[in-house]
Design a protein around this ligand. Sequence first.
Ligand code: NAG
Length: 104
Amino acid sequence: MASGNAVVVFSVSGCCMCHVVKRLLLGLGVGPTVYELDQLGRGGREIQAVLSHLLSATSPSVSAAAVPAVFVGGQLLGGVEKVMSCHINGSLVPLLKQAGALWL
Ligand SMILES: *[C@@H]1O[C@H](CO)[C@@H](O)[C@H](O)[C@H]1NC(C)=O
């Protein structure tokens, strides 16, 4: 699922930080594939458990919230804090271009 598009966002409907991440990507001109895990039933809960595990490995200081989880080019980028810090230091756009999510 994570490699089905250049940018994939795992989200839960009504999750504020998921909304922030989606708006940021859309604002940059990226059309991410978004999976709303709460609408996927049992499989969605299993994916959340896996994401929570993966995210706690990438950023141990951050609480192990499973969403939003952003994948770029099939690789886990991280949660909202990681996406924001990459955006602020200018590394997000090159990453998106490299993944083929942005052409300009
Ligand atoms: C930007 O910040 C991210 C997240 O902290 C880090 O992984 C990345 O190496 C930084 N890139 C640059 C160019 O400083």
